[in-house]
Design a protein around this ligand. Structure first.
Ligand code: ADP
Ligand code: ZN
Ligand code: ZN
Length: 805
């Protein structure tokens, strides 16, 4: 094969197709689909993905590939296929789709080193690659990239004799540590060791250690500790050029230092048995099916996942478990690690780039069989998938809000079809879409109605905060909630207080003229941050000092309104001075590991009250928590989002599930200014089924999903008139191209009409089946391509918008 079809890293409509490049002779047979290469593109050199090889090209002048970035393909054949499918289904550029599937380290600058996997491996190398390792166990790729032995090296990598190490060049100030590795082969090390005199016993110890470990890198501190020596013999050996030292990013497996109590499968309850049977059957028959496991919180869904995974692993296949980023807590991860130990890789945003890459590499090499991770873990490069589980499938974070705008559920189902394996979607409050599909038989419904050990769901009391105000209570705690908090303090039990902060934060208002301080670049009010006494915009990052007087009328009666967690903490300290409080929000959990530390402290009963935002709503399981309070249940209800009721119901149900999970029964207090709303009433009764019926009626009436599909086109430009006129043209175009079964709403201003000094207009399409939709939308991008490149215009198309923002 003399030619490669390459997708180049130039994000534009005209370049969103494969270009032909000549494969230089030395790389023929070496370059494979899925590899990244550097190619000339116009006057530039750009990165690209090889998507196919071919014998001939339709073009006369084909330029050669100049560099090869991978030695084994970065993308498997399956991932290449997924990339093409993502491009079609989410209307993104191919290059964006491919890049989204790779770990960040592969986008960063790095050097590749090829190293022997063991000292024995050296003797089994192909003679053409062996010569590179005569004097050292490793060599940098750039030194051999253009040699005549790349194919042999590749073969030896595939046989596991050599491995590729990526050394990420850190721009940011990552912590580094001194790392020591052998600079010579193990044979040389052994020889030197045997030649050591009595006085050099410590040097011998070090040489023996490296000979035994194939010369592999080890942090200096660890080495000294292991061998119980000072660093002087190491220094001597470095001087003799037998060892080498370097500074590298501290690699820290977040779970390595922990020992896990191994857990065994629990005998399943009859409900769990009924639920797991069809899943096991699907695994056994290697059949694709989508199961929706609808089980109340604490009904033992996770145990069902664990035992299904076990069946998959026994079959020699692999599994992916997706968990929302926010519930990817150590508690959650431990349950998988405790059952499957080192077969588990974890992918979450708390890992450094290097750590993430390392987990990815374990997956790629088949060293692990199970991945637990957030959204993008759905692209884990397994080749023999036996199951994909999506826990809390209703979570909005499974949808990526930038290109490619994919939903992990869709990707999971697409992959599972190819691998002929089940997908299990689990939730206590399934998304309306999924529950409707289960109702139609598209998904198989599995139901867990009871909590394990039949613990009752907690009692919920809904408090009307308007009544509180009328009776003179101006604090943010109702009388009932305060009494119950005091009661728990006396009994030495714990409480969780939840502040639904979304769409409601501490803004600044003048009490004399009513002026609200807004961001000068966005149509949104600024948020007060106590730390630094600052006002910040959460959309564009604008910051300014908190004013002392009203900028409009000069009044001194300017203060912040709304209830940030900091304010709740202060108020709480006033009314319950003896209570020990742990606050969890973006400010207190910013640092790596802070999240876990706070939770551990709460688990150790170092505090009476855990106060926090969304981040404490999920996955937490503390036996002594007997009271959950929701301070403001309805802050999300009034957002311009057709899923507002659904999200409110889900969140309240989740939060309520935190209480009374163990021996002590739990209670929940929900404070609300619109307590009559059905999503609050029904969450109070733990009544998903009624909520589903009522919400479906509303969705049908307003032609929203799951009755209709949505597509949202958002246009933004610094000039308001330009934004409006482009949106107008777009809706005319769509009206013209699409059938009269679709509804086209707009142009209308976006719910946040200006962000970062750019005006935003939108056009919404509601449709059921519309063959021309994709081509009509693609035409929009083509038509405005010039404007987008040169004229600051931006158009985004979301095929399945989560929110309307
Ligand atoms: P969910 O994921 O549905 O919220 P979990 O799987 O967390 O529920 O189960 C709740 C609790 O019940 C956990 O502490 C779990 O260990 C326990 N559990 C689950 N299944 C069983 C079982 N079959 N027998 C005994 N305990 C169980
Ligand atoms: Zn004023
Ligand atoms: Zn702003």
């Amino acid at each position: 094969m003399k030619f490669a079809s390459v997708i180049v890293d130039v994000k534009a409509m005209q370049t969103d197709r494969a270009f032909d490049y000549l494969i230089p002779e030395k790389w023929m047979g070496f370059i494979k689909p899925g590899m990244r290469v550097i190619v000339p593109f116009g006057p530039r050199a750009v990165q690209g993905f090889v998507i196919a090889l071919k014998d001939s090209s339709d073009f006369d002048k084909v330029k050669p590939i100049t560099e090869v970035m991978d030695i084994t393909p970065a993308l498997t054949a399956e991932l290449l296929d997924i990339g093409h499918w993502l491009t079609e289904s989410t209307l993104c550029f191919k290059i964006s789709a491919f890049q989204a599937m790779l770990p960040a380290a592969m986008k960063a600058k790095y050097e590749k080193e090829i190293r022997l996997t063991s000292s024995e491996a050296k003797d089994r190398l192909h003679p053409k690659s062996a010569r590179w390792f005569e004097n050292a166990p490793g060599i940098f790729w750039k030194e051999i990239e253009k040699s005549d032995s790349v194919k042999e090296l590749q073969g030896d990598i595939e046989r596991g004799l050599l491995e590729v190490i990526y050394r990420v060049k850190q721009k940011n100030k990552q912590k580094t540590q001194k790392v020591i590795r052998a600079a010579v082969t193990s044979d040389v090390l052994k020889e030197e060791a045997s030649g050591c005199t009595q006085q050099a016993a410590k040097q011998k110890k070090v040489l023996d250690y490296f000979a035994e470990h194939g010369g592999a890198a080890v942090p200096l501190q660890e080495l000294l500790l292991k061998l119980n020596i000072t660093d002087s013999p190491v220094k001597t050996l470095i001087k003799k050029n037998l060892l080498s030292e370097s500074y590298e990013e501290i690699y820290r497996d977040p779970y390595a230092d922990r020992t896990f109590q191994k857990t065994e499968s629990l005998p399943l309850t009859p409900e769990q048995q009924t639920a797991i049977a069809p899943i096991l059957d699907g695994i056994e028959r290697k059949a694709h099916d989508v199961f929706l496991m609808y089980g109340v919180t604490g009904s033992g869904k996770t145990e069902v996942y664990l035992q299904s995974i076990e069946a998959v692993l026994n079959q020699g296949r692999e599994a992916i478990v997706l968990v929302p980023e926010i519930s990817l807590t150590p508690q959650m991860v431990n349950r998988f690690k405790a059952r499957f130990g080192s077969l588990v890789a974890v992918l979450h945003s708390g890992l450094s780039i290097g750590e993430k890459y390392d987990e990815w590499r374990k997956i790629r090499r088949g060293e692990v069989k199970l991945v637990v991770g957030a959204r993008s873990a759905v692209f884990a490069p397994f080749t023999n998938l036996g199951m994909i589980i999506i826990d809390e499938e209703h979570e909005g974070s499974y949808k990526q809000e930038e290109n490619p705008r994919y939903h992990a559920r869709d990707v999971a189902i697409y992959r599972a079809k190819r691998h002929k394996c089940p997908v299990v979607l689990g939730s206590a409050t399934p998304s309306l879409e999924s529950f409707a599909r289960a109702g139609k038989g598209v998904y198989q419904l599995l139901t867990l109605k009871e909590r394990v050990n039949s613990r009752p769901l907690p009692e919920v009391e809904i408090v009307d905060m308007r009544d509180e105000l009328r009776s003179g209570n101006r604090t943010m705690f109702s009388k009932v909630l305060l009494e119950k908090l005091e009661d728990r303090l006396e009994k030495g039990q714990q409480s969780v207080l939840f502040l639904n902060k979304r769409g409601y934060s501490s803004f600044i208002m003048c009490r004399d003229c009513g002026c609200v301080k807004g961001c000068p670049h966005c149509d949104i009010s600024l948020t007060y941050h106590k730390r630094g006494h600052l006002l910040k915009c959460h959309y564009c990052g604008h910051e300014e000092p908190m004013p002392n007087v009203c900028p409009e009328c000069g009044s001194e009666h300017i203060r912040f309104f709304g209830t940030g967690t900091q304010r709740v903490e202060e108020e709480l300290a006033k009314v319950l001075p003896e209570a020990r409080i742990i606050r969890m929000d973006v400010d207190t959990t910013g640092k790596k590991g802070a999240h876990e530390k706070l939770l551990t402290a709460f688990g150790n009963k170092e505090a009476d009250i855990l106060l926090g935002t969304q981040m404490i709503a999920k996955g937490l399981d503390f036996p002594d928590v007997t009271l959950v309070g929701v301070l403001t249940a309805d802050t999300m209800l009034h957002l311009p989002d057709f899923r507002a009721s659904e999200k409110t119901f889900q969140l309240l149900t989740q939060v309520s599930g935190r209480a009374g999970r163990h021996l002590l029964p739990g209670e929940v207090v929900i404070q609300s200014y619109s307590p009559e709303h059905y999503s609050i009433q029904l969450a109070g009764k733990h009544d998903y089924d009624s909520f589903y019926m009522q919400e479906m009626t509303a969705r049908k009436q307003h032609a929203y999903p799951p009755f209709y599909f949505l597509a949202l086109v958002t246009v933004s430009h610094p000039d308001l008139l330009k934004a409006v006129s482009v949106t107008e043209k777009i809706s005319q175009h769509l009206n013209h191209k699409l059938s009269n079964h679709v509804q086209i709403l707009g142009p209308s201003a976006s719910p946040i009409p200006r962000v970062n000094d750019r005006y935003r207009y939108q056009c919404m399409i509601k449709y059921k089946r519309e063959e021309n939709l994709h081509s009509a939308l693609k035409m929009i991008i083509e038509r405005f391509q010039q404007d987008m490149n040169k004229n600051q215009l931006s158009i985004s198309i979301d095929m399945n918008p989560n929110a309307m923002m």
